[in-house]
Design a protein around this ligand. Structure first.
Ligand code: FES
Length: 84
């Protein structure tokens, strides 16, 4: 079981699952949910290595591994701490 932390609140996420639902529960606002609008952009404070690789949509948006689109990335394992 992995853990997502947003602004000090945390939620368990199954290994290999997308972080979208947990991030929503922790207050991240989403728009398109398809990697197109950038509304869900979050800053990765810790655990960037525990997220899946940048998707093509994220590359197209010009983000890097410290600024991810929460609708796009999955958590592999461990803990990921985000700032929103
Ligand atoms: S919700 Fe639009 S890019 Fe993630």
């Amino acid at each position: 079981m992995a853990k997502l932390i947003v602004e000090g609140q945390e939620k368990d996420v199954q290994d290999g699952e997308g972080i979208k639902d947990a991030a929503k529960d922790l207050g991240v606002v989403f728009g398109c949910e398809d990697g197109l609008c950038g509304t869900c952009m979050v800053e990765v404070e810790e655990g960037a290595e525990n997220l899946t690789e940048l998707t093509q949509a994220e590359k197209d948006m010009g983000v890097d591994d410290k600024n991810r689109l929460a609708c796009q990335c999955k958590i592999k394992e461990g803990t990921v701490k985000l700032k929103y």
